[in-house]
Ligand binder design. Structure first.
Ligand code: PFF
Length: 478
């Protein structure tokens, strides 16, 4: 039998959970990654696929993940173990939890390095380094910075220490306190920035770019990236939301809380797009410039606008806050697992998990150097690219590990857990809402995710060749 409450603590209310889960969801994914992958994949059509993935795959899987967490009340590894045994299945399901813990390590290892960029740019912006810079000047600033491992290491270390300080203090005194202070600040900063961008000349172009789809420009690689991003941005598929769910009071409605979290996360991503793209277009900058997008384009805009030092500093502060409240959720599954299985104190567990992540992060630190020794060359979604360690980690985690974790969570919630158990836990009765959740979780979400992953490895090519004439007809291609 699973325990009635988690040994690690509990949220003080349903709202504390919503804030914490939104804090986990809203992060670098919304403010740094969403704009640059939208830019790389051509805008509107990509945004629509991403929104469909959030609604059709993300929301039902988030409900499943919270449900499993609240029922198991332990680290993802032990939750999966206990629930599998409870429903008369093999305890090997715990490996799903272990894969989640690994994904958390890997994501946090590079996440912390990028969060370090935000911290560096916070200091650069506040000391007026961007004022009246030329595009070349900004480029040099950025490439000198990412080419300097010592500097990157310093910020990576500082960010990991910040994460450690929160996680070590526990659920209420650390995680909950941090999100209560940081999330309102984040919302205010974001709204101020959108307000500013609305008054720039590029606002109309940005709205058009984000919301006018051109499906003929959409590749399979883009569909996969959009789906992977839905998992990444909602923090799904690796147990972060599961562990947060394990601290959730019994009386909270899982469906309602999920909708609020998914809505807030999507709203922040779109608002971030509406804050960033107007500045890109007003200054005739390049939307498709990759992971450096906000670090290359925005400083230029901040350097020229009135009060640019203030807005620039605010923006990078926003980015750092958002990253911080997500990083704590990336570390939490590993920490709870160590506490439960190794019988050690939370502080020690946080220290061990944090140090390990910090060490793995060093590989990312070195992957941005001009002559980086670690280069992988592989074929991704039909495009052959030279990739550094960072790209490999990003693709491995966001596009492979999280979606696979997500399917398995859906399969567990839909097929392994009994109908009575999931109905009890979701408290939706036998009505249409419950039936819809069950059909999506059992069939639709696993099927969609599998199709996209199989296509990543080119396994569906023969089928697409067969259907090519119909697809061309539908998309109006000659
Ligand atoms: N959702 C976070 C973001 O959008 O930046 C990243 C993340 C956090 C992914 C926690 C996965 C996770 F478990």
């Amino acid at each position: 039998m699973p325990p009635k409450t988690s040994v690690h603590g509990s949220w003080s209310s349903r709202w504390a959970f919503i804030l914490a889960a939104t804090g986990s969801a809203v992060g670098l994914g919304n403010i740094w990654k969403f704009p640059y992958i939208t830019g790389e994949n051509g805008g509107g059509a990509f945004v629509i696929v991403y929104l469909i993935c959030v609604a059709l795959i993300g929301i039902p899987i988030m409900m499943s993940e919270i449900m499993l967490g609240r029922r198991g009340r332990q680290s993802p590894v032990n939750t999966m173990h206990t629930l599998a045994i409870e429903s008369g299945h093999h305890p090997a399901w715990k490996y799903l939890g272990i894969m989640g813990v690994m994904a958390g390590f890997l994501i946090l290892s590079y996440y912390s390095v990028i969060a370090g960029w935000a911290l560096e740019y916070l200091t650069k912006a506040s000391s007026g380094d961007f004022t009246r810079q030329t595009p070349d000047g900004i480029k040099t600033l950025f490439s000198n910075f990412i080419d300097d491992p010592k500097h990157l290491m310093l910020w990576h270390t500082i960010f990991m220490v910040m994460t450690f300080l929160v996680v070590a203090r526990g659920v209420r005194g650390g995680l909950e306190l941090a999100v209560k202070l940081l999330m309102p600040a984040l919302l205010v900063i974001l709204l101020v920035l959108v307000g500013y961008s609305m008054n720039t000349t590029g606002f109309g172009a940005a709205v058009e770019y984000l919301f006018t789809p051109d499906f003929s420009a959409l590749s399979w690689g883009a569909v996969l990236t959009a789906m992977g991003h839905a998992f990444f941005t909602l923090s799904l598929g690796m147990g972060a939301i599961m562990v947060y769910g394990s601290y959730l009071p019994r009386d909270a409605s899982i469906a309602k809380t999920t909708f609020i979290i998914a809505f807030a996360d999507t709203a922040v991503a779109l608002l971030a797009g509406l804050a960033i793209f107007p500045l890109v277009f007003s200054n005739s900058l390049e939307a498709g410039s990759g992971p450096g997008l906000i670090f290359l384009t925005l400083p230029l805009a901040f350097g020229q606008m009135p009060y640019g030092t203030l807005f620039g500093a605010l923006f990078f502060l926003l980015l750092a806050f958002a990253a911080w409240t997500s990083a704590i959720s990336l570390l939490e599954p590993a920490v709870t697992w160590l506490v439960e299985n190794r019988n050690i104190k939370r502080v020690t567990a946080t220290m061990i998990a944090g140090t390990f992540t910090w060490l793995v992060g060093i590989l990312t630190v070195f992957s941005f150097q001009k002559d980086s020794p670690i280069i992988f060359s592989f074929n991704f979604g039909g495009v052959k690219k030279e990739n550094g360690f960072f790209d490999v980690l990003d693709i491995l985690t966001a596009n492979i590990m999280l979606p696979i974790g997500g399917i398995l969570i859906a399969v567990f919630a839909g097929w392994i857990m009994s109908r009575e158990a999931s109905r009890d836990e979701l408290e939706m009765g036998e009505g249409n809402a419950y039936k819809t959740w069950r059909v999506i979780t059992r069939y639709i979400a696993p099927a969609l995710v599998s199709i996209v992953i199989l296509q990543l490895f080119g396994l569906l090519d023969p089928i697409f060749t067969l259907f090519a004439p119909i697809i061309d007809l539908l998309s109006n291609r000659p």
